[in-house]
Ligand binder design. Structure first.
Ligand code: GDP
Ligand code: MN
Length: 387
């Protein structure tokens, strides 16, 4: 197959503050959050942050999902804190347990062994259920069937900048499928055979190699240090090409549900599911989503929300503010005094973080995953120095 020569570059949808179009048509979309009752305080923090920086203007519904019944307190608190509709869904039991064909005792023993080996979160049975849920059954939940788009949020995240446009509308307008903020290398011990399983599936189904796949996979002829790095982790396909371990961090995602409900993704998921390795390894949904996107999408369908200030755990992205973001008389400005000064070339809007710092693996994973749709790509030498 032939590539068109001029690839569309992935640029921010807007680089200045907008007056939020509160009366404009919305997309068929929901914010979604999986959480436990005991995470109420952290979940509330997230909801307050996204409400203040975005949803008070756009009023999208928030769908809360739990594997257990919601507490009265959680429901009351969230109902009082959301500007759109809040929905409280309980995930069906059969979606939050081992597949019926698996030997439960043996699987539990495998999980315990992964825990003893010190693999990140791998000793927790519920963490495996969660990763499997977000990899597959999430997309077929009855509660989400009515929506076309989702924006995933999690307890304990911060949004730092005002989001004054509707990202769902822009994603639809630009025919994007998947949007992310942060990209990271995966912990290799969680998924020793994931890349091999997925690349085998790709070949069995004669899926042609996309530019995105090439960007994520370092060929066997890659020069040191790339090759040294890859063979150290030895995540290779049957030809010796290796996965860079880079993935989109899935606690933030804005994406089109139809892609994930579609035949190709679901078929691929069923293959992964049939291996049992969501349990006997600790495959993360972020890695599964990312490799699937690289396999099934053209790179211009993926969007980096580099204008969003975002934090989860100790990783964050903080854009510098664009000049001219102080809308006179805007309600947002009066309440929301920015900490971050305006800068030439800045793209954020009223950010409350330090725009000279970011922990987003810009030098390596972001650089790789934005290929080939960026003009800001670092040279091999620049990324080496940025480590
Ligand atoms: P991390 O981001 O990889 O450290 O994982 P988290 O512990 O933050 O879990 C990811 C998401 O799944 C968060 O939204 C959690 O609230 C949610 N989650 C994880 N385990 C469970 C669980 O057992 N039950 C429910 N209801 N939610 C869970
Ligand atoms: Mn988390």
């Amino acid at each position: 197959t032939v590539r068109q020569p001029d690839i569309e570059l992935d640029e921010p949808f807007y680089t200045t503050c907008q007056e939020p179009k509160v009366d404009a048509k919305r997309e068929n979309a929901a914010l979604v959050m999986l959480a436990r009752n005991k995470e109420l305080a952290k979940a509330l923090k997230t909801v307050q942050s996204i409400e203040r920086h975005f949803n008070r203007w756009f009023k999208y519904p928030i769908v809360f999902m739990n594997d257990e019944p919601w507490s009265e307190e959680f429901i009351t608190t969230m109902n009082a804190s959301t500007s759109g509709e809040a929905r409280f869904e309980v995930i069906p039991r059969e979606e939050w347990t081992f597949p019926e064909w698996m030997d439960v005792e043996a699987t539990k023993e495998s999980i315990a062994a992964q825990g003893r080996a010190g693999i990140l979160y791998a000793g927790m049975e519920t963490y495996h259920h969660m990763c499997r849920f977000y990899s597959g059954t999430f997309y077929n939940l009855k509660a989400l069937q009515q929506y076309k788009w989702y924006w995933r949020i999690e307890p304990d995240v911060d949004f730092y900048c005002a989001i004054t446009y509707d990202p769902f509308v822009e994603m639809a307008k630009h025919e994007k499928v998947y949007g992310f903020t942060i990209s990271l290398p995966e912990e290799p011990r969680t998924c020793p055979t994931l890349f091999r399983e997925m690349s085998d599936w790709k070949e069995e189904h004669d899926i042609r190699t996309t530019e995105l796949w090439k960007a994520m996979v370092a060929p066997s002829w890659a020069p040191w240090p790339l090759r040294g790095w890859l063979s150290w982790f030895s995540q290779r396909d049957r030809h010796g090409d290796g996965w860079s371990m880079c993935h989109y961090w899935s606690n933030f995602e804005i994406a089109n549900l139809e892609f994930f409900r579609g035949r190709a993704y679901q078929d691929m998921y069923k293959h992964l599911e049939s291996t049992g390795k969501f349990y006997t390894e600790r495959w993360g949904d972020a890695a599964v989503h990312s490799i699937a996107l690289a396999m099934l999408l053209e790179s211009e369908k993926v969007h980096h929300f580099e204008d969003f200030g975002y934090r989860h755990d100790w990783y964050y992205q903080c854009p510098a503010n664009a000049p001219g973001g102080q809308l006179p008389g805007s309600e947002a400005l009066r309440e929301n005094q920015s900490l971050e000064p305006e800068r030439a070339g800045g793209i954020g809007c009223r950010c409350e973080c330090d725009g000279s710092r970011t922990r987003n693996y810009g030098g390596y994973c972001l650089n790789k995953l934005k290929q080939p749709n960026t003009s800001k790509r670092l040279s091999a030498w620049q990324w080496f120095l940025s480590w």
